[in-house]
Design a protein around this ligand. Structure first.
Ligand code: 4G1
Length: 254
């Protein structure tokens, strides 16, 4: 069955338009993924279609009212496969990483609740939300871009969503490492040459160089990823070689 998302959002057009392009757009066209939207404003009962109100306790900004969200989430759940979790995209959530993307891609999907203003009434979160996910530590004006990030990361992992030649990034980051450097023609540009090993046809040497670069860049830029993941004996030797050539300390050198 297709990977199914329903996004509860005050800006359904923002979500729908963003999903028309590239890998995700094609996967939706091919029926590998389904993404619907539900607008809480369509579930209001007053003439002004009110979805927000002033915060109890005072202070700046507005809070999303629970009643329209409750009805919108019920409508979203009715369209999604049975048992689909309701996920609130929130800076208070647990950080959505590649492992979470893999687990989501292997599931039936999710109802993603995108907040606006200062967020949603906590009673709605307590009553209707199964999980809270964050895409990172910064202030945003809405949960729609985080919902789109989650959908993009998961949909591209659905079998058939990528061409056969387009899975290299997953091979790298799915393995807990940063990507290796990429080059294309021309072989010399502005007096800068493509690394010699890539221009030759030695596939084993190329694979070794790429792994070494991925390990070295990860160690330089995100050393905590190396600690979290550990290294095989072969990887440890390649990273030591990278560090020696770069004149930097390898892991375990104090
Ligand atoms: C307190 C960031 C508030 C933001 C602390 C990552 C951010 C959803 C995310 C905020 C949001 C910090 C996310 C903040 C998000 C309702 C409308 C909440 C937007 C909103 C660090 C505003 N990952 N933020 N509050 O940005 O939805 O998923």
């Amino acid at each position: 069955m297709a990977l199914h998302f329903e996004v509860v959002t005050l800006f359904p057009e923002l979500v729908r338009q963003a999903l028309r392009f590239g890998v995700v757009g094609r996967a939706v066209e091919r029926g590998l993924a389904v993404v619907g939207t539900v607008d809480p404003r369509d579930f209001t009962r007053d003439a002004h279609r009110t979805v927000d109100d002033r915060p109890y306790g005072g202070g700046p900004g507005m809070v999303m009212k629970p009643e329209p969200l409750w009805a919108a989430i019920a409508a979203a759940r009715a369209r999604a496969p049975a048992g689909t979790p309701v996920v609130y995209m929130s800076a208070q959530g647990r950080v959505f990483d590649q492992r979470a993307a893999q687990s989501l891609a292997a599931s039936a999907g999710a109802v993603l609740l995108a907040g606006r203003y200062e967020g949603v009434d906590q009673r709605l979160v307590d009553a209707a939300v199964d999980e809270e996910w964050s895409i990172g530590d910064y202030v945003l004006s809405g949960g729609e871009l985080p919902a789109l990030v989650v959908i993009d990361a998961a949909v591209r992992l659905v079998p058939g969503a990528l061409g056969d030649d387009a899975s290299s990034v997953e091979e790298s980051f799915g393995d807990g490492l940063l990507d290796w450097p990429h080059y294309t023609r021309p072989e010399a540009w502005e007096a800068r040459r493509v690394p010699e090993v890539l221009a030759g046809g030695n596939h084993a040497a190329i694979a070794r160089w790429r792994l070494k670069e991925a390990l070295g860049r990860t160690w330089l830029r995100r050393p905590e990823l190396i600690g979290r993941r550990g290294l095989t004996e072969t990887e440890r030797r390649l990273l030591d070689e990278y560090c020696a050539e770069a004149g930097i300390a390898p892991p375990g050198a104090g």
